[in-house]
Design a protein around this ligand. Structure first.
Ligand code: HEC
Ligand code: HEC
Length: 232
């Protein structure tokens, strides 16, 4: 079923061969391999985006640029021309992140990237299945977990993921390590309060453009705190 949805993007049935330019049939095996490769690159972008969110969240611009670069160079040779612009738009967003002058700009662009993925999922009427949301405590930091769940919710237009992320964000405590690192610094508290406010707002925001905007703001707040801690 999943392969069928992806197959709608791919050049199927016949292709030009390398030398003669005449149409040759693509064998079922070749087609299956192409679809598998397409699915793997889709996953590679998805997992890369999660690492990108973590890197931008912790204001690690160097790692963010490496992730963005890896995403920007992924190519989709086998998709139909009508779908190519969507992948080009995704690669361009990744390239913009790679070239971002600072982590604040990168944070906004991570939201733009998600909106570009969403644009194709909407156009293709794709509703990708994602792993179920974790219940209860995970080993991942709550702030990071919240941001990833919200981004996923944006990308596959899932209220469930978006709201679950907002819920985590609304209640995420400043981790013990963060408390230890920032005992009496008022700005930190402001950032946490701000994130909680955005999380409350997120619960009432449904339009993709507004979610994109809000998510970008959230990312810049994450990186603001980390940058401030580092530059102290
Ligand atoms: C050109 C269109 C297009 C673009 C661009 C696109 N996707 Fe997809 N994506 C699809 C289609 C179609 C499917 C198959 C959906 C299904 O299985 O119902 C899919 C599936 C997925 C899946 C599930 C894959 C699997 O095999 O389990 C994930 C995760 C995903 N996309 C994430 C992303 C992310 C993240 C981006 C942006 C970085 C992105 N997609 C960009 C069209 C696109
Ligand atoms: C009030 C300040 C503050 C805010 C806001 C904040 N963090 Fe953090 N974060 C910290 C501190 C302090 C640490 C632990 C010390 C460190 O490694 O920087 C940390 C650790 C992390 C780490 C692990 C860093 C590593 O090197 O392993 C990630 C990832 C992270 N935060 C992501 C986020 C994301 C995403 C958000 C926004 C949704 C966010 N943080 C919001 C202060 C903050």
């Amino acid at each position: 079923m999943r392969a069928a949805a992806l197959a709608a993007l791919a050049v199927v049935g016949c292709q030009l061969d390398n030398n003669g330019g005449s149409a040759t049939a693509v064998s079922p095996n070749q087609l299956a391999a192409k679809l598998q490769a397409l699915s793997q690159r889709m996953h590679a972008r998805y997992l890369g985006a999660h690492r990108l969110i973590a890197a931008v969240g912790r204001s690690d611009l160097d790692s963010a640029r490496l992730e963005a670069h890896a995403m920007s160079v992924l190519e989709e040779p086998d998709v139909l021309p009508e779908w190519r612009p969507y992948f080009v738009a995704v690669s361009q967003a990744a390239l913009d992140i790679e070239l971002a002058p600072d982590v604040g700009v990168a944070g906004r662009l991570v939201a733009t990237l998600g909106a570009r993925c969403l644009a194709c999922h909407t156009a293709a009427r794709a509703k990708p299945k994602l792993a179920p949301l974790p219940h209860g405590p995970t080993r991942m930091l709550e702030h990071q977990q919240a941001a990833i769940a919200m981004w996923d919710g944006l990308v596959i237009s899932s209220d469930e993921h978006w709201l679950a992320g907002a819920d985590i964000l609304a209640t995420a405590p400043l981790a013990m390590v963060a408390r230890a690192a920032t005992p009496e610094w008022p700005d930190d508290v402001d950032d946490v309060a701000r994130l909680r406010m955005y999380a409350q707002r997120a619960k009432h925001v449904t339009a993709p453009a507004e979610r994109t905007e809000l998510f970008g703001t959230i990312m810049t707040t994450c990186s603001h705190c980390h940058t401030a801690l580092r530059d102290r």
